[in-house]
Design a protein around this ligand. Structure first.
Ligand SMILES: [Zn+2]
Length: 302
């Protein structure tokens, strides 16, 4: 009797397992097939969208610039009557490299022309000026500030014998120009550039350190340059040489600061300026004015 019951029980087990397998296998297969179907469907939708885009590209359309209102990102879409296809971000957004054009020794008879050129490209520069009180110079200071350019102090007289005579003389050369600029334009600037740069050997009476100390103690920040346009080379340079000096060297620095001059004697600088700007823009640079957040380029570190 025992042996018979055991056989019956084993048979029962076999039947139950078989039934379970018969039920479970189709369910599992269904689940797998369902997942595969969904995957295939989504792939198909992707392909359909790409196909739609391709068809849209074949239609008459145009590339238009758009701005993401939340992030401010500028991007381009290929737009047709019923379709928009994103085709890329703007060059400036992709690699916003900054370059600073600094223009020393003005105002001069060239200032107006320089301002017109900068304005026509809608780019900003930094003018390290000297002290002049004739009518045209007073107007020039105002125009520089009102156009949104930065204005900095390049000492009142630019006369090396006076600027570098003593710390007191230096202080007076700096502060008197700061006051003149403030009176005329309303702008109180603390940007400074040494005549000859902070590495000049002309400050032999005092050494450069006490002058740097004076600037630091009185809230001035001095800026030198790392790219020279070469426009102060004796005998002058052609516009082509000035353009080449700038465009071949800006790439060597993370923060290129370009030295050029605003002077009646330097007509080739003005001639070169539009080409310099166009080349820099084509190279993907954003041309900016120096402000208080700009990391100073300094030959002699404070
Ligand atoms: Zn100078």
């Amino acid at each position: 009797m025992d042996a018979r019951r055991k056989r019956i029980n084993r048979l029962k087990k076999i039947i139950i397992i078989t039934v379970l397998i018969l039920i479970l296998v189709p369910i599992v297969l269904c689940i797998i097939l369902f997942a595969k179907l969904n995957y295939t469907k989504s792939k198909l939708e992707d392909v359909e969208e790409k196909l739609d885009n391709l068809i849209a590209m074949r239609d008459d359309g145009e590339i238009i610039e758009k701005t993401n209102e939340e992030t401010g990102e500028v991007f381009y879409v290929y737009a047709t009557a019923n379709k928009e296809l994103k085709v890329g971000a703007s060059k400036a957004q992709e690699d916003a490299k900054k370059v600073y054009l600094t223009i020393d020794d003005g105002p001069s008879a060239m200032t107006d022309r320089i301002l017109e050129i900068l304005d026509s490209y809608n780019v900003k520069a930094t003018f390290f000026v000297n002290g002049r009180t004739d009518e045209a110079s007073i107007e020039a200071y105002k125009k520089i500030v009102n156009a949104g350019h930065s204005i900095g102090i390049h000492t009142y007289s630019h006369n090396y014998d006076s600027v570098y005579a003593s710390v007191e003389s230096f202080a007076s050369e700096v502060d008197s120009l700061r006051n003149l600029i403030k009176d005329v334009t309303g702008k109180d600037t603390n940007l400074f550039r040494f005549p000859g740069g902070s590495s000049t050997t002309l400050a032999k009476n005092t050494g450069i350190r006490p002058l740097i100390d004076y600037l630091n103690q009185n809230g001035y920040v001095y800026f030198d340059w790392n790219v020279s346009s070469g426009d102060s080379t004796a005998g002058g340079l052609s516009a082509e040489q000035i353009v080449a000096n700038v465009t071949t060297h800006v790439g060597e620095f993370d923060t290129p600061v370009v030295l050029m001059h605003d002077s009646e004697a330097k007509a080739t600088t003005v001639e070169a300026l539009p080409y310099i700007i166009e080349n820099l823009l084509n190279m993907g640079y954003e041309i900016c004015a120096i402000d208080e957040d700009t990391t100073p380029v300094q030959h002699v570190i404070k």
